[in-house]
Design a protein around this ligand. Sequence first.
Ligand code: CMC
Length: 429
Amino acid sequence: MSKDTLTITDNRTGKEYEIPVWEGTIRAMDLRQIKAGEDDFGLMSYDPAFTNTASTKSAITLVDGDKGILRYRGYPIEQLAENCTYLEVAYLILYGELPNKAQAEQWVYDITHHTIIHENIKNFMQHFRYDAHPMGMFIATVAALSTFYPEANQIADENVRTIQIQRLIAKVPTIAAFSYRHSQGLPFAYPDNDLSYPGNFLNMMFRMTELKYEPDPVLERALDVLFILHADHEQNCSTNAMRGIGSSQVDPYSAMSGAAAALYGPLHGGANEAVLRMLNQIGDAKNIPAFVEKVKKGEGRLMGFGHRVYKNYDPRARIIKQVAEDVFKVTGRNPMLDVAMELERIALEDDYFIERKLYPNVDFYSGIIYQAMRLPTSFFPVMFAIPRTVGWLAQWQEMLGDSEQKIARPRQVYLGEGERQFVPMNKRK
Ligand code: CMC
């Protein structure tokens, strides 16, 4: 008769242990009872980079990497991208259900009425160097918000949490757009509450002297879809940072600034920037075979390819290809798309990439769209951070409500020196 347990024989002692199996996992703490002797601390699992360790239970996002499936709260990403606005999806991710009409109206109202940032925050942003990286400005400014909302550290109070969540979702497009305007030497454009979430973002980015900015509806919708695709992705590097930092019970602004810092790296949200740099370096489709050979020799990576979880086509990349076609009808075709598509074709036929199950991920095509929208390459990671804000916050709230979560504190396998005696400086070699 089958049992939901695992039997372990410790060959060091000959002892046998029976450990419960739950949802395809064993609890690492159940290993602690396995000891080689009286003084033994007990068995631990060693898993650098968490490649086979579930750090939490979660009911928010499902990624099935083998099948190429992504669902938020059970809804397939394709259906949400087709039918919803980003703010509807943000509500779903936070609260678990799609909003009804009244809930949606209240939610949009609440977010729209928190878009302005304090003038001192604006002044703070004006003191960055003229060529500061927008993601550096974004990270620092999100952290600085905690000094404006000191009550935010009352994380056990649901009402206080709710207001910080609304503020963050509302203010990240403003901070992002201001970082762009600063790097361009342009005056800041204030939010326009008559516009949608993506429409207002376009307004704050691109408004010049016109009295009323009217976003192009195709670009507005394309941006909304891109935001939906980036809203959450379960326990990725930045979300893990959000949970890890948040587990110390710090305020959400400080925790989210750490999450955004994790996103900045080229192996995570910085990959969209790296893809464009790579495509520019390749320059022309005729240079692709030589570039691919270099990657196969280990001289660099094919940026925008591969994923820790997806071992199949990233469903977000498929939707993004369609968004790209829509955007190019307005902006004109980005010539880099041809290089990217040829690179994808060659890579997907190559044994190196087939054997390693390396497919295009969300970052492979997103940068090409942002470039067509006239965004500078350095701004691409910020475009990822805006929509991911809701994912970070939902995961943070879920962690706070999980009675099993404590301050995150991994173990280590110490391989350093044993105890040694102090040597005065004049006797050191
Ligand atoms: N180009 C060439 N080879 C690769 C790539 C790539 N992009 N990605 C993985 N490999 C190879 C890697 O060299 C290794 O080969 P071998 O077994 O011969 O040593 C094998 O594939 C497995 O790679 P890994 O580094 O063990 O895989 P990982 O799960 O640790 O890394 C990844 C995942 C996303 C960091 C990695 O695929 C990568 O560096 N990709 C490029 C950066 C990128 O596009 N990042 C965006 C990820 S999606 C959006 C997001 O979550 O931010």
